[in-house]
Design a protein around this ligand. Structure first.
Ligand code: GLA
Length: 406
């Protein structure tokens, strides 16, 4: 029999159950939008370690031709750089005709790329390498000799996929004032729809802090304006990029711009600093010189296997500047196997003693380590505890991997 008090109980229960289901659905909706907001638009499985390869811009600028691209691909193979990981052959700006075809598709420049991009991709792939191309999230590319992709993202992504492109550098010129966070994801979605995994490199110059949003949109993001061939430009790019160290991770990397090693403008030691900082910062290692005519010195720097191994370490943790005393700097970052990579950099014009203290670099102070000098290719005979001190020449560095002895 349903008494009045029973009826009351049933009503109260119904209200509680109702409220719970309402709050559960609100909770689910909130969670869903949160998950959606945090989920990456880009899911191409690329860039588990920083990309390595070559790009035409820093040396050839707009004088890029299919001949240069083929010969550079050949050179990567004959020098053995490909075996060290330099796989991407990236065409930068100025590869296209100034106008699209009648149907609105991009066309390779008929004079400088007469065989077309697909034929070039086939050639590059036949060498075991990958082909990269360049476009712009605006109306025109930066050198204004090519149409940009803004408003044509799906068409262009489809074209790149049909051409068997593996890497897209996406610049930021003539951007009509729209925010990069509005423009870049359109290409991300277009690439995901195009049906080919294409490494997506955001070249936004660090204007709107791409490190904060880049990992959902691209595989790497420029944190700086263009590098030039000199020490001041190089170290300032390294500094600007360091600020965002926390945001780098497998699949998404901070990019302080391409390498200038081999282009003149820096001494041997300065180029070693350039390569060491780029490597420990997990920066893309994109050679920017004429690889067909490199000097022995240039080759020796960019082919240092031990330094490359730091860059390509599977943990993918970007090093930080952990101590600065005047012009003396200690850069350090963890590697797999409880190891630590360090670079001691002397930015002054006088020699300096620089010390890496275990406290600063994330090792317990009484840890005993074996230290490997990555430029002298020598393991220090003495095991070290607490710190490592070295004399470092002006505008030079020393780089080590420290391996704890358990
Ligand atoms: C911008 C980019 C450079 C290069 C040029 C090409 O300046 O930042 O890396 O791609 O455009 O015009």
């Amino acid at each position: 029999m349903v008494t009045r008090s029973n009826l009351l109980c049933i009503l109260v229960l119904m209200v509680i159950v109702g409220l719970e289901s309402v709050s559960a659905s609100v909770y689910n909706e909130n969670m869903e939008s949160l998950v959606k907001a945090r989920r990456s638009l880009l899911n191409n499985g690329l860039g588990n370690t920083p990309p390595m390869g070559w790009n035409s811009w820093n040396y050839f600028y707009c004088d890029v031709t299919e001949k240069v691209i083929r010969e550079s691909a050949d050179a990567l193979v004959t020098t053995g750089l490909d075996k060290l990981g330099y796989k991407y052959v990236n065409i930068d700006d100025c590869w296209a005709e100034q106008t699209r075809d009648k149907k609105g598709y991009l066309v390779a420049n008929r004079t400088t790329f007469p065989s077309g991009i697909r034929a070039l991709a086939d050639y590059v792939h036949s060498k075991g390498l990958k082909l990269g191309i360049y476009s712009d999230a605006g109306e025109y590319t930066c050198s204004h000799r090519m149409p940009g992709s803004l408003g044509n993202e799906e068409k262009d992504a489809k074209t790149f996929a049909e051409w068997h492109i593996d890497y897209l550098k996406y610049d930021n010129c003539y951007n009509t004032g729209l925010k990069p966070m509005e423009r870049y994801p359109i290409m991300t979605r277009a690439l995901m729809k195009a049906g080919r995994p294409i490494f997506f490199s955001l070249c936004e110059w660090g204007d709107m802090h791409p490190a904060l949003w880049g990992s959902r949109v691209g595989n790497s993001w420029r944190t700086t304006d263009d590098i030039t061939r000199n020490w001041d430009s190089m170290v300032s790019r390294a500094d600007q990029n360091e600020v965002y160290a926390e945001y780098a991770r497998p699949g998404g990397w901070n990019d302080p711009d391409m390498l200038e090693i081999g282009n003149g403008g820096m001494t041997y030691d300065e180029n070693v600093v350039h390569f060491s900082i780029w490597a420990i910062s997990k920066a893309p290692l994109l050679i920017g010189c004429d690889v067909r005519n490199m000097t022995k010195e240039t080759f020796e720097i960019i082919s240092n296997k031990e330094v490359i191994a730091v860059n390509q370490d599977r943990l993918g943790i970007q090093a930080k500047k952990v101590r600065m005393e005047g012009s003396a700097e200690v850069w350090a970052g963890p590697l797999s196997g409880y190891r630590v990579a360090i670079v001691l950099v002397n930015r002054s014009i006088l020699p300096a003693n620089i010390t890496a203290h275990w406290d600063d670099i994330g090792l317990p102070p009484n840890t005993e380590v074996i230290a490997r000098d990555l430029w002298k290719h020598r393991t220090l005979k003495k095991r070290l505890v607490g710190s490592l001190t070295e004399v470092v020449y002006p505008h030079a560095c020393r780089m080590y991997v420290l391996k704890p002895v358990f």
